[in-house]
Design a protein around this ligand. Sequence first.
Ligand code: NDP
Ligand code: 2IT
Length: 448
Amino acid sequence: MPNVAAQIERIYRDVVHRNPGELEFHQAVKEVIESLVPVLRKHPHYAEHRIIERICEPERQIIFRVPWQDDAGQVQINRGFRVQFNSALGPYKGGLRFHPSVYLGIVKFLGFEQIFKNAVTGMPIGGAKGGSDFDPKGRSDGEVMRFCQSFMTELHRHIGEYTDVPAGDIGVGAREIGYLFGQYKRLTNRYESATLTGKSPTWGGALVRREATGYGVAFFLDEMLQARGESLDGKTCVVSGSGNVAVYAIEKIHELGGKVVACSDSDGVIHHKAGIDLDTLKQLKEVERRRIKDYVDIHRDAEYHPGACIWHVPCDVAVPCATQNELDGEAAKRLVANGCRAVAEGANMPTNPEGIKVFQDAGVAYGPGKAANAGGVSTSALEMQQNASRDAWSFDFTERRLREIMKEIHRSCYETAEEYGSPGNYVLGANIVGFTRVAEPMVAFGVI
Ligand code: NDP
Ligand code: 2IT
């Protein structure tokens, strides 16, 4: 019997060596492949076919120049990325992120996570991610449009309904998807709806896609709590971020009986003991594109803490919905000390490895992003289904489908963790479910 743990360690060292400086990518790879030791013991043929080594190497990486003109007539240059990581289960699928921190290591960690997340959904989609170091903050609609048009002028030749289907992520919402789709349609002379998801429902988008990631996180949370004989009813919750995922996580948590008392952005934290007022938050963030500090002008009983750490706010349930590594070991210890019993990740990889260990050691119900935030991409796959059949489903029907999908994701991760002797370990469950679903077709396809 080969020493499987040593084999995995070798693969990890090789990934670090071959991808220097890509720290987030190393982190994502380490977490997944360390979960796979029992899988390789049970299925030695995955090692013979070198499935893990192949999964860690993207099928294709595209990096391109994105030149555009700002409102002052100045030429600006950004860098665009699309990493098409794995297409064993279907066309590449995953979001685009526009944020100044974007570089290859971020796009690769997100694309790598997306492979397993998409497999966990049970839908026929491969894994990819893309984006740019473009910062949309403070830019006019015209500047965002010209940037998106330039970005798509290069990207269009690499994507398509049967090839690669991008969607939104940080900094990319319905406005950006509109500009991107418009340019794609113009360049290709094809109204190929299913090339992008997250479209407006007025021209081919699925109802519930906007809400899907946040709603899905709340559904997953509800499933985790139910598995422990508990519910969200009456629970005090803290949701970081105040973007698309955070807003709709708050909406559904409130509907399921929880009370969200804090949210944030990269400048500070709103703490509102009476419960975050969602109408105000939506008006500020979705309609007026303002900062959350303005919330306290409308709700005088709320507090704004610039530069504060949201995880210091006491809660029963924590829902990180901002960005990677926003919750470290210290923050996790503080949450546990304040009585937090459940964590569901709306963001991708928001809890760092020390934080995850703190939660697992303390017996906190911890739902990793790959499982907990998979409602967004699942509903993107439902959008592709509707586009393929030229159909449009009702809000209620689509939300019911989403609820069933999240229930099934929870069940498969929960049961797999039990099967592999780690009950309640959703990290192990999600990684093993995702990996085995991708590994099977990779073996079947031969060496490609
Ligand atoms: P948005 O752009 O709508 O919102 C992002 C939020 O996170 C903002 O409040 C933003 O604050 C905050 N944020 C972003 N970067 C940082 C940072 N470096 N430090 C502190 N705060 C930050 O994005 P989404 O809501 O769509 O995405 C949030 C998370 O959810 C991301 O991790 C994304 O990958 C993940 N996700 C998104 C899905 C989707 O369907 N949209 C699906 C699955 C996961 P500020 O405005 O100050 O920058
Ligand atoms: O991280 C994610 O799953 C997303 N940003 C959504 C991807 C998608 O294709 O809907």
